[in-house]
Design a protein around this ligand. Structure first.
Ligand code: CA
Ligand code: CA
Length: 229
């Protein structure tokens, strides 16, 4: 009985570790930036503003009809690199192997490049990945940033993630999403299905637990031998 209980506990811990949970999800279908599943906060940063909650046609949202979050008011050409866009504050307390994902759609004149950044303290942001949107008016779906190998992102109550517009790599200015257009501050950037998923951190058994388990198996073995004798 004792042995069975210990093995069952070990199995359930392994099952938890393998299962990805959604820590936070925004689908924007209720026309606001309040989180729709899990916990977290979303905000527009650096002077950008929400322009609307508009159709998400073309995103991965399984809802038959839904909305996405559109923001505008981006920096003037050649200024404000990595200052405007979206920010998500999501606690990862108790979770590891985090993956941040989103769908996004830019208007023709919005910046072609954005950088996804993370902060371990909620405010000191570090670049994690560059995303390129080289077409306007089309959703680019399932963008994923794997944070599993980024130290400090796991089990962090102060984790924050940003998506901010950035200059074209190696230049000092923005490029428009659509190559036939010029960059404009009134371009829009939309997001849908923003999520952070992860795995519950498995409790590490104390060394004593293994000793008890082995002792239990030894007792069972001894009992079996006695029965055979
Ligand atoms: Ca949606
Ligand atoms: Ca909402």
């Amino acid at each position: 009985m004792f042995k069975t209980t210990l093995i069952a506990a070990a199995l359930s811990t392994a099952a938890l570790a393998a299962q990805a949970d959604t820590l936070a999800l925004w689908n924007f279908n209720d026309l606001d930036a309040t989180v729709d599943q899990g916990a977290g906060t979303a905000l527009v940063i650096g002077g950008s503003t929400t322009s609307s909650f508009v159709s998400d046609n073309g995103s991965t949202d399984p809802a038959a009809t839904g909305s996405s979050w559109s923001i505008t008011s981006f920096p003037a050409a050649g200024s404000g690199d990595k200052t405007r866009g979206f920010q998500f504050n999501i606690s990862s307390a108790g979770f590891e192997d985090l993956v941040f994902s989103f769908d996004n759609r830019n208007s023709n004149t919005a910046a072609r490049h954005a950088v996804v950044q993370y902060a371990l303290d909620g405010s000191s942001f570090v670049d994690a990945a560059l995303v390129t949107t080289d077409l306007g008016g089309v959703f680019f779906n399932g963008r994923m940033i794997d944070l599993s190998m980024v130290p400090g992102t796991s089990n962090n109550a102060n984790l924050a993630i940003r998506i901010v517009s950035t200059f074209a790599p190696g230049t000092g200015d923005y490029t428009a999403a659509n190559s036939n257009n010029s960059y404009g501050t009134t371009g829009t950037m939309r997001l849908d299905m923003v999520s952070l998923s992860g795995s519950a951190i498995a409790a590490v058994p104390e060394p004593g637990t293994y000793a008890l388990l082995l002792a239990g198996l030894g007792l069972v073995g001894a009992a079996a031998r006695r029965r055979r004798a």
